[in-house]
Design a protein around this ligand. Structure first.
Ligand code: UDP
Length: 373
């Protein structure tokens, strides 16, 4: 007879929720703990008490993916409403379209280029001596040239990461497309949408299975690993080891809320790319649910800073030169016999929601396959 395993999980974000679901459906018992008072981790959403607007409590989360199975998976637990992320940027006292597209180029340079002309113009500004860009700055100088880099990326990136863009990996900039047409969709993926009742409702449904017990406001202690047949850990990787070699670098975010009536900024996300403006962006949450009607509106001004021991970690900080501390913790994590480290904090990587779910599906299946072998 197949053995029922007792599985412990740290963190009720997307990673552990997805793994818990698959393991529970396979007949195992899952005990999941989260130190916060809600599930869904940093994609948590809740209605604002004053206006009724669905707020992305820990900053904007837009679901986008090319992965059909991941899209089908999330749609099983929540209806996804059509949503296209169209971001604007304020720089030098003017508003532009993002990501960099033909409109941005024509607005910024005061021209009326067609796609081929714009491509040739930008190529002439690009530093073609950079053949294999390693850093964020090299990637920018190679593909968009200095004027656009300085207007849209340098200041924002220095605020967001507090590191010179020459020391940040090119992968961060590669998240954003550059287009020579008027397509201003921030993402180039096949599927994009917003969960009708928010991410927290979606995660609650994923976790709604008789084999899953969720305990909030409580932590799974690394010393309790032995109480389970296996543990999935989506908390900070260095936290599992009691930070005994020091703390990994994360960025945390602060949100300054303001509210009012009607439409306060006219779009969901406005980036402020000048370094002199202390915040990185303002999010007006009602625009994330365009199918809802609300008289009031809630906005968050977003500030990025180094994450202290009592702050919520958001972004792992990877540098081009690599980091011995990251490598050391990663090696120890991989060597843990009965623990699988998952997710953005557990693996210390900058992951989007769809990648998180893909990796969670894979991790759960690999675990089940090992047990059957
Ligand atoms: N970025 C920038 N200017 C912008 C938007 C993004 O310099 O107007 C850079 C910045 O370094 C940021 C990265 O591109 O961290 C990735 O941007 P994305 O919008 O994907 O960030 P997220 O929403 O994940 O914070």
């Amino acid at each position: 007879m197949k053995q029922t395993l007792n599985i412990g999980m740290a963190g009720a974000g997307l990673s552990c929720a997805v793994i818990a679901r698959l393991l529970a459906e396979a007949g195992h018992r899952v005990q999941l703990f989260d130190r916060r008072s809600h599930v869904a981790g940093n994609c948590h959403t809740e209605r604002d008490g004053e206006t009724g607007v669905m707020v992305h409590t820990y900053g904007p989360h837009i679901f986008h993916t090319d992965d059909d199975e991941v899209w089908d998976f999330v749609n099983r637990y929540q209806r996804f409403m059509p949503y296209v992320n169209r971001v604007k940027a304020t720089t030098g006292g003017r508003v532009y379209s993002l990501p960099i597209n033909l409109h941005t180029i024509n607005q910024f340079f005061g021209r009326t280029f067609n796609p081929a002309e714009a491509r040739a113009f930008i190529e002439a500004q690009a530093d073609t001596s950079i053949t294999a860009p390693q850093s964020f700055e090299e990637q920018a100088l190679r593909f968009i040239g200095r004027p656009l880099y300085e207007a849209f990326f340098r200041g924002y990136t220095r605020k967001q990461w507090e590191v010179d863009p020459a020391r940040l990996p090119a992968a961060i900039l590669k998240r954003l497309p550059v287009r020579f047409n008027y397509d201003d969709n921030y993402f180039a993926h096949k599927h994009q949408g917003m969960p009708e009742h928010g991410y927290t409702a979606m995660v609650e449904r994923i976790l709604d299975h008789p084999g899953i017990a969720v305990t909030l406001n409580a932590e799974l202690s690394p010393s309790a690993v032995g109480d389970y047949d296996h543990v999935f850990w989506s908390g900070p990787m260095d936290g599992f080891f009691g930070y005994d070699q020091g703390r990994l670098r994360y960025r945390t975010l602060d949100f300054q809320k303001f509210s009012g009536q009607g439409d306060l900024q006219g779009c969901a996300v406005m980036n402020y790319t000048d370094e002199a403006v202390p915040y990185t962006r303002i999010t007006e949450h009602k625009h994330f649910s365009p199918w809802e009607q609300h008289a009031g509106s809630v906005c968050y001004r977003e500030f990025s800073r180094a994450c202290g021991p009592d702050d919520i970690p958001y972004y792992p900080v990877h540098l081009t030169e690599g980091d011995d501390l990251v490598r050391a913790y990663q090696a120890r994590a991989q060597a843990q016999p009965n623990v699988t480290f998952v997710g953005r904090l557990g693996t210390y990587r900058y992951m989007d929601m769809d990648v998180t779910i893909r990796e969670a599906l894979n991790a759960a299946r690999a675990f089940l396959a090992r047990r059957q072998a």
